[in-house]
Design a protein around this ligand. Structure first.
Ligand code: ZN
Length: 130
């Protein structure tokens, strides 16, 4: 069985064929998928998809390119979502100095903050490193 530990099927690029694509996973040998969070908007879509597809699990986190959208209030929201049964990791989180969309200090601050949350929840992390 294939396990995909890092996917983004909530992304709008799958809006046209998501049902068909996810419906073909079992026949293609993919038994389990972890869909990783990236933006604040992705969180609700991921939770929704974990409820719809038995083989789909989720990670909740903010990608370094979006780090500036985090706040302590959003971190509390993240912590609540991390308590859900099919949310299995904090991610994706990390640092990205290639696209350089966010200030490095802001990226570092929220990367550390999300790592602390993962430690507190005793959960694995999905790390973006570029
Ligand atoms: Zn990713």
């Amino acid at each position: 069985m294939i396990i995909d530990t890092h996917a983004h099927y909530d992304d709008e690029q799958f809006d046209g064929d998501r049902e068909e694509l996810l419906g073909s996973m079992e026949a293609g040998g993919v038994g389990l998928i972890v869909n990783a969070g990236s933006t604040l908007e992705s969180w609700s879509r991921i939770v929704e998809q974990t409820e719809k597809y038995p083989f789909l699990y989720g990670a909740i986190g903010i990608h370094p390119d979006e780090a500036g959208s985090l706040s302590e209030e959003r971190m509390r929201e993240m912590e609540e979502l991390l308590d859900r049964d099919k949310i299995v990791a904090v991610g994706e989180i990390g640092l990205d100095y290639y696209w350089d969309k966010e200030n490095h200090d802001i990226q570092k601050k929220w990367f550390i903050r999300q790592l602390e949350t993962a430690r507190k929840k005793d959960m694995p992390v999905i790390i973006h490193s570029r």
